[in-house]
Design a protein around this ligand. Sequence first.
Ligand code: ADP
Length: 180
Amino acid sequence: MKRVKIGSVVLELVQGNIANQPEMEAVVNAANAMLASGGGVAGAIHSAAGPGLYEECRPLAPIRPGQAVITGAHGLPNRYVIHTLGPVYGKDKPEDKILAECYRNSLKLAEEKRIASLAFPAISTGIFGYPVRDAARVALNTVIAMAPQLKYVQKIRFVLYSDSDLKAHEEALEALMNTP
Ligand code: ADP
């Protein structure tokens, strides 16, 4: 676990399950274009949320890479779920720009809804094949760049599934914080 402050915004890196973050107002789903269940993050979120989540998602689909949409959280212990579609590595290019859009558009929606705390998974680093070190740098860089403009979001948590993914994010954060 690692915690830093960027202005008034707290940025945390933790190991855990994105579907079990009860103290966060919103969680982000690494969604598929159809906003359906599936493997990884989307599977965990939809099975914890129950069928009402897909009912609400269905009319919002399909979404394009980089886009984000918001729904209620249904059976999850949060208020909202923000669904964003990451780039498929090697297919949706430029991957880094699209991945950055996922984080930016999710934060924009959170600000519109006046959400105070938001948890992200490592978007695109599972089934979509984005190398985790590169994705961590893009994700953290984007969030750090946006932090000074945030009025409502005061806590951003990255929830990493594996110990090695947590380490990759800790190292990327350290490198970014040491860059003037
Ligand atoms: P994508 O299709 O965007 O690659 P995935 O859900 O396949 O999304 O994976 C994204 C990342 O989330 C991967 O690093 C994966 O290990 C991790 N992950 C899988 N399940 C969970 C979960 N329940 N909570 C947090 N992270 C998860």
